[in-house]
Design a protein around this ligand. Structure first.
Ligand SMILES: Cc1ncc(COP(=O)(O)O)c(C=O)c1O
Length: 420
């Protein structure tokens, strides 16, 4: 028999449940409205399901046969390199699946220290700190480095993770026009009384494949006694003569930039992870204060071992860098000759400019029917009216792969009236 107390409790519970159901229904409606708006704008991003390893030839659910992959950040083709896979497997046996801990409690193994040392050697820096991603490295840095007495100057097209990281810090914030050195100079002048001034830029901008004007940025840094931070996610391992990144591309020694953040999730094996590399004092302070480092799990051993193997390969030999550069030139030249507009500098990110979001999505679908996997990018990832297909070249593509893809672009481009 129900007591008075249990009847009361049931009554309250019933009320709470119906309120919860009401709140959930309202929330669903709000979410559904936003989803409909995205579909109506033609900017819906669907995910194709890959049923094989990441590679140049992949299996895609719903498509027959091997599909040529031209949209991964697998710039050096190392994501499924046999030695990288073997290193990951061996680490799983020796060091386990994961640490069940953050680094400072009991999450640091000898392989984490080895990888940090190798990355420092690769970049010619004093020390390196690993994170679970470069998103985390960008989220952690600015809050630690900058106080309300400081100022940060960020290119308006910097990556979302930089924008979010800067939001978290209390420094005075200046957003300069994309690669506009006059604007940067003016903003640095405005902030002369600030203690530390930090200029922040992507080395290579991932949507446009264009390069930050690093020589001019460094000149302005010298003029205004500022520090320079570069996000090298789309440069580390493959850009510049030996893959050291944007500094090397411009022929600078590897100490011109003060702080570099980069990812292990693209050219460097493609598993996951990010890092900050720079002075030993900065890295030591980040280990004490950076929230994504202090409050998030240690990188899993197989992931660390894969990146360690990639670093070992790159420190010995940079021939893959030459391959990706040669493939890039071949693709850019052939596509331009065919009548397409390819944005950006001489970088493996080759945005084929189409303008309209629906056209970009339709173009990508027709390319898949021809066995080529490319993706249309539209708002909000790129500005309205600047939709494109972002082709990404890898060292692992053969010249035949490149030529086949250019032929497919040409056929689809004619079919859709993009080229004559
Ligand atoms: C310029 C840039 N910075 C940071 C990131 C984040 O890297 P991660 O995937 O390691 O979080 C990306 C990834 O898309 C990027 O392109």
């Amino acid at each position: 028999m129900a007591t008075k107390f249990s009847r009361l409790a049931c009554g309250n519970l019933g009320g709470a449940l119906s309120r919860q159901r009401h709140a959930q229904a309202e929330c669903r409606t709000l979410l559904a409205e936003q989803l409909d708006a995205i579909r109506a704008a033609g900017t819906w991003k669907s995910e194709r399901i890959i049923t094989s390893k990441q590679a140049v030839g992949i299996d895609v659910q719903g498509s027959k046969g091997k599909i040529l992959n031209f949209c991964a950040n697998n710039y050096l083709g190392l994501s499924s390199h046999p030695e990288v896979i073997a290193a990951g497997k061996a680490a799983l046996d020796e060091y386990g699946a994961g640490l069940s801990s953050v680094r400072f409690i009991c999450g640091t193994q000898v392989i984490h220290k080895e990888l940090e040392a190798r990355i420092s050697e690769f970049h010619g820096r004093e020390d390196t700190i690993l994170y679970a991603s470069c998103f985390d490295a960008n989220a952690g840095l600015f809050e630690v480095l900058l106080s309300p007495d400081d100022a940060v100057f960020s290119d308006e097209l910097n990556h979302a993770s930089i924008i979010d990281g800067i939001r978290l810090c209390k420094a005075k914030k200046f957003r300069y026009k994309h690669r506009d050195m006059q604007d940067l100079d003016q903003k640095l002048t405005e902030a002369q009384s600030c203690r530390t001034r930090l200029i922040v830029t992507d080395g290579v901008f991932s949507m446009d494949g264009n390069v930050a004007p690093l020589p001019q940025i460094c000149e302005l840094a010298d003029k205004h006694n500022a520090l320079v931070f570069v996000d090298e996610c789309h440069a580390t391992g493959f850009f510049g003569k030996t893959g050291r990144g944007t500094e090397e591309f411009f022929g600078f020694p590897n100490t011109r930039v003060d702080i570099i953040n980069s990812t292990l999730g693209k050219a460097l094996g493609g598993a996951a992870g990010g890092y900050t590399t720079g002075s030993k004092e900065l890295v030591a302070l980040l280990r004490q204060r950076a929230r994504p480092y202090l409050f998030s799990n240690s990188l899993p051993p197989p992931v660390v071992a894969c990146a360690n193997k990639v670093m070992e390969l790159l420190l010995k030999d940079s021939s893959l860098v030459r391959d990706v550069q040669a493939n890039t030139s071949r693709f850019r030249t052939s596509m331009t000759d065919a009548g397409f507009i390819i944005a950006g500098d001489d970088h493996p990110i080759c945005p084929v400019m189409l303008g309209d979001a629906r056209l970009a999505a339709q173009f990508a679908d027709l390319m898949l029917e021809r066995g080529i996997y490319v993706v249309g990018f539209s708002y909000p990832v790129v500005p309205v009216g600047k939709a494109r297909i972002r082709v990404q070249i890898s060292a692992a593509h053969t010249t035949d792969d490149i030529d086949r893809t250019v032929a497919a672009f040409t056929a689809v481009g004619r079919q859709l009236g993009v080229i004559d």
